[in-house]
Design a protein around this ligand. Structure first.
Ligand SMILES: Nc1nc2c(c(=O)[nH]1)N[C@H]1C(S)=C(S)[C@@H](COP(=O)(O)O)O[C@H]1N2
Ligand SMILES: [Mo]
Length: 172
C-alpha cells in the first residue's frame, strides 16, 4: 500500500506537466479534420477525412482544365462514396429512385445539382471523380482539398472546388 501511494504521488505531477505542456494541435491530430460530409436521404451519413477518402478505390483521369491545359486528376469515383453511404445505385437505381439526386456544396456557397444516375457506372462510362490530386500532387487550398471533376462537360461550372458536403434527396 505504502509503495503504491508513493508511486502515485511521484507520477501525478509529471503527468500534469506533460498534459499542460502538450500543444493543442497534438489533440487535434488525434481526431482528423472532416473534409467531406455525406448527409440527407441515405442510410449511412458519412464524415470523411482526407485520409478516409484516399483509402477508397482510386482512379486517375486525363482531362483538359478550364485554361486548356492537359492535366491528370487523381481521386475516388463519387459512386464509391455514395455506395458507402447506401445511396441507391446499380440494380436499385430504377423507378422512384430515378428522382434521387444530390447537391454538392463548397464553403464559398457554390452549389451544384446532380442526378444519381450521373454517377452510376451502369448508366455511363463517364466517371465523375472526387479528386484529391492534380498531376500527382495534393490539390492546393484554392482548389481543394477535394474537387469534382466532370469529364465531358463543355463548361467547367460543375467542377466544384473545395466540395465538402454531398446532400442526397429525392426530387418532388
Ligand atoms: N467552389 C467553387 N467551385 C467552382 C466555382 C466557384 O465559384 N466556386 N466556379 C466554377 C466555374 S464557373 C468554373 S468555369 C470552374 C473554373 O475552374 P478553375 O478554377 O480550375 O479555373 O470552377 C468551377 N468550380
Ligand atoms: Mo465558369
Amino acid at each position: 500500500m505504502a509503495f503504491v501511494r508513493t508511486r502515485q504521488r511521484s507520477i501525478l505531477p509529471a503527468l500534469l506537466t506533460l498534459l499542460l505542456c502538450t500543444p493543442a494541435n497534438v489533440f487535434a491530430q488525434a481526431s482528423p479534420a472532416i473534409a467531406l460530409r455525406v448527409s440527407g436521404e441515405v442510410p449511412n451519413h458519412l464524415e470523411l477525412s482526407v485520409a478516409d477518402i484516399a483509402a477508397f478505390p482510386r482512379q486517375t483521369i486525363r482531362v483538359t482544365d478550364d485554361k486548356g491545359a492537359q492535366v491528370e486528376y487523381g481521386g475516388v469515383p463519387v459512386a464509391e462514396i455514395l455506395k458507402k453511404a447506401g445511396a441507391p445505385l446499380g440494380q436499385e437505381l430504377k423507378g422512384p429512385n430515378l428522382a434521387v439526386g444530390l447537391v454538392a456544396s463548397a464553403p464559398d456557397g457554390y452549389r451544384v445539382l446532380f442526378s444519381l444516375t450521373e454517377f452510376d457506372p451502369a448508366f455511363s462510362d463517364r466517371v465523375i471523380l472526387m479528386a484529391d490530386r492534380r498531376d500527382g500532387k495534393p490539390l492546393d487550398t484554392r482548389e481543394g482539398p477535394l474537387r469534382f471533376i466532370v469529364p465531358g462537360d463543355k463548361r467547367h461550372a460543375r467542377w466544384i472546388r473545395g466540395v465538402n458536403v454531398l446532400e442526397v434527396f429525392k426530387g418532388r
